[in-house]
Design a protein around this ligand. Structure first.
Ligand code: IPM
Ligand code: MG
Length: 358
């Protein structure tokens, strides 16, 4: 089979880690007899510098014409003072919306080999944990009405959180389907003690469960409590489903208790098979261009692409196992090297190590 993949390398360490994932995909293609064609497009600060806007139309069209999209990261201090609609981050929201990617899957699992890097007390994570965060990605406060106006105290700014029953139902279905393939438990995170959107969220999620997924266990968790429970007893969670902003915040928290944010992949999905795959860490401008970034989150994102967009389960398993083996063999990039940092691998060497273990 031939698969056409749009590459959005972006900014900071984006180009380095995307190139790592491309090398791994090419090796997988060779081994299993698939052809992956890669077409690069501009996004983020790189696009601002080249053509003056963070998300050129050509990029949107190229992604829409592709079978799937692999993204590095966008943003950096150079573009931080631009107005909101010209910021690199705006491109990320724009491409998610343009591709209809309303689901964001963010798996957070503690690798046994990295349990020493987990900042939680060993007795709290004795049995490890394996959480799938299902974040709603094209609604809520990220996309609500916003602006500036004159208020009681003069100038004020506002952003609004809005969710339709339709949007909640479709993300709830993804969460329940996901839970059925895992341990059958969903924690729905909201702030229903304060927010009207959360009350609709809670009611709708329960309706979907009662009507279609009576076999799945559903628990409501208030977002402040969820943030606390994640560092008290992360193993209590299987699938977490939540709104765009709560999911943004909780997924960073979940990533850090796995040892390093440099390890976590993500998949953004819509109604069809085309998805966008990216590490959940950012562009890390402080280490960009030094060849020391951890490529694993992007390599694992490529594995998610094979699994979710192309249905290549065997190939995805092979990549994930190769990463496991590299870690089990004690190989480390600087972010997961522990205090000494001795003998750590650079981006290229870690990529080589994963490829050797495919
Ligand atoms: C993420 C990021 C983005 C988000 C930013 C860069 C717009 O933090 O993917 O988690 O908030 O969605
Ligand atoms: Mg985030």
């Amino acid at each position: 089979m031939i698969y056409n993949i749009a590459l959005l390398r972006g900014d900071g360490i984006g180009p380095e880690i995307v190139d790592s994932a491309v090398r791994v995909l090419e090796a997988v293609g060779e081994k299993y007899g698939h052809t992956f064609n890669f077409t690069p497009y501009l996004i983020g600060g790189a696009a601002i510098d080249a053509v003056g806007v963070p998300l050129p139309q050509e990029t949107v069209d190229g992604c829409l014409a592709s079978d799937s999209v692999l993204l590095g990261a966008v943003g950096g201090p150079r573009w931080d003072t631009l107005p909101g609609n010209l910021r690199p981050e705006k491109a990320l929201l724009g491409i998610r919306a343009a591709l209809g990617l309303f689901t964001n899957l963010r798996p957070a699992r503690l690798y046994p080999a990295l349990s020493g890097d987990c900042p939680l007390r060993p007795d709290l994570v004795r049995d490890g944990f394996d959480i799938m965060i299902v974040r709603e990605l094209t609604g809520g406060i990220y996309f609500g009405d916003r602006g500036y106006r004159e208020g009681k105290y003069g100038e004020e700014a506002y952003d609004t959180e809005c969710y339709s029953r339709f949007e909640i139902e479709r993300i709830a279905r993804v969460a329940f389907e996901t839970a059925r393939k895992r341990r059958g438990r969903v924690g729905s995170v909201d702030k229903a003690n304060v927010l009207e959107t959360s009350r609709l969220w809670r009611r709708t999620v329960h309706e979907v469960r009662d009507a279609l997924y009576p076999d799945v266990e559903l628990r409501d968790v208030l977002v402040d409590n969820a943030a606390m429970q994640l560092v008290r007893d992360p193993a209590q969670f299987d699938v977490i489903v939540t709104s765009n902003m709560f999911g943004d915040i909780l997924s960073d928290e979940a990533s850090q208790i796995t040892g390093s944010i440099g390890m976590l992949p993500s998949a953004s999905l819509g109604e069809g098979t085309r998805g966008m795959y990216e590490p959940i860490h950012g562009s890390a401008p402080d280490i960009a261009g030094r060849g020391i970034a951890n490529p694993i989150a992007t390599i694992l994102s490529a594995a998610m692409m094979l699994r979710y967009s192309f249905g290549l389960t065997r190939e995805a398993d092979a990549i994930e196992r190769a990463v496991d083996r590299a870690l089990d063999d004690g190989l480390r990039t600087a972010d997961i090297a522990g205090a000494s940092g001795a003998g750590t691998l650079g981006t290229r060497e870690m990529t080589d190590a994963v490829m050797e273990r495919l």
